[in-house]
Design a protein around this ligand. Sequence first.
Ligand code: UGA
Length: 431
Amino acid sequence: MAQTPRNIAVFGAGYIGLVTAACLAELGHTVAVRDIQPERVRLLRAGEVPIYEPGLGELIARNAGRLAFTTDADRALADAEVAYVCVDTPPTLAGDADLSRVWSVVESLKSAPHLLAVVVKSTVPVGTGARVRNVLNEAGLRHVGYVSNPEFTAEGRAVDDFLHPDRVVIGGADPQAVRLVADLHEGVEGPIETMDVASAEMAKLASNAMLMTRISFVNEIAVLCELTGADVEVVAKAVGLDHRIGAHFLQAGIGWGGSCFPKDSEALKQLASNTGHHPQLLNAVIEVNNLQKRRAIQKLKDALGSLDGAQVALLGMTFKPGTDDMREAPSTVLAARLLAEGAKVRTWDPLAEPAAGAEPWASTIRCGSPLEALSGADGAIVATAWPQLLEVPWAEAREVMARPVVFDGRNLLDPAAMRALGFTYMGVGRP
Ligand code: UGA
C-alpha cells in the first residue's frame, strides 16, 4: 500500500489506461478513469472489462472501491492531483502519430482545480512533451509538472509488466513532479530511471525498435538458414545463450505486428525524415518484416502449384497468442493476399472478433475449430502461435484435408512429427 495515496485521473480506458488505472488502484491510490465512449464506461461500471487482458478483471474487481469510471472529464479531474494521459495515438495516413486525442485531453486539463502533475503514457513523437508543457504554461498552469512515463507493457502480460517491470522510465524537468510520480510507484518491483522528457520519449521508441530489429534480424537469418540447410530454431537458441545477446525476441516467423511495433516504426521513420535523417537500419527492419509475409504466400503457392481456387485454412488471426487484438496482425495481410490470389480462406481463432463487414475477414469463412477450418483444405497456414494448435488431432486433420500441406508461420509444430503423419510441412528457416 502506498505511503501517500493520491487521487489520480486516467484518461483513456483502453489497454494502457485500464491496466494503469487498475494497477495504481492496487497500489492504494484512488483512480477516476475517463473515457469518451459511453458504452465502454457503462460496461466498466457494470463490472465488465471491455478488453481481454489476463488478470485485469480480477484486479479491477478487487479494487472496485478505489476505481470510478466516467465520460465526464471535469468529474474525473475534480479531486485529481495527477492526470495520466493514456489515449491512443494511431498513425495518420502520412505515418505520423495522430495526437488529436492527446491534445483534446490536454485541453480538458486546463480547468483542473488540484492538479500537480500531468503524466503522458501514450506513445508520442519526441518533442511532444515540450509542446504540451508550452500549452500548460500558456493556460497559466506553470505549477503543474509535466512527466513522460512511457509504458513498456506487452499485451497479454500487461498487469505483471506494470507491477514487476524491468524498469520504470520517468522523464521530467520538474523535480517535484518527477518525485511525485516516482512515489506513486511505491510497491512496484523494478528500478526507476529518471531522465529528461525527450530521452524518456526516445527510450520508449528505441526499446520497441530494438525488439523489432531482433525479430527482423532472426527472420533474415532464417532465410539464410533455408539457403544453407541450417535450422534457425537451434541457431537462435545457440545465439541467445550468449548472455550479452539474450534469448528473447529471437523467434523466427511471419513477422511482427500489433498495435505498437508497426505504428512506432512508422513514427520513428517519420521522426527521422522530419529531421532530414535517412534511417537505413530501421527501413531494412521494416522491409524484412514485410518480406516475411510475401515469402509465406510464395511458399504455399509453390507447394500447391497455384492458389487460384485453393481452399486455405488460416489458423490464428490475432497478432500474437494470448490477446484478442487484431491490429496490424500479419494474418490480415496473409488473408488479403490469399484472397487476391483467388484462394478461399477458412479461418479459426479462439479470441479474434473482427468488426462486422471488415475486410479481408468478411470475405473469409469463420470456423469454430481448427479441424473444421482444415476440413477440405488444400493447405494450411499457422499465423498465430496459439497453444491450442498443438492439441489439434493432426492425424485426423491429415484425413480431412484435401491436400496435407502445412506452412507453419510460427515454427510451432514439430516438423518430424508432422512429416511422419504424411504432411508436407514447411516452417520458417528450418529444414
Ligand atoms: C510490444 C513490446 O513488447 C512492449 O514492451 C511495448 O510496451 C508494447 O509493444 C507497446 O509499445 O505498447 P506487444 O505489441 O504487446 O508489446 O507485443 P509483443 O509481445 O512485443 O509482440 C509483437 C509482435 O512481434 C507480435 O506480432 C509477435 O508475434 C512478434 N514476435 C515477437 C516475433 O515474431 N518474434 C519474437 O521473437 C517476438
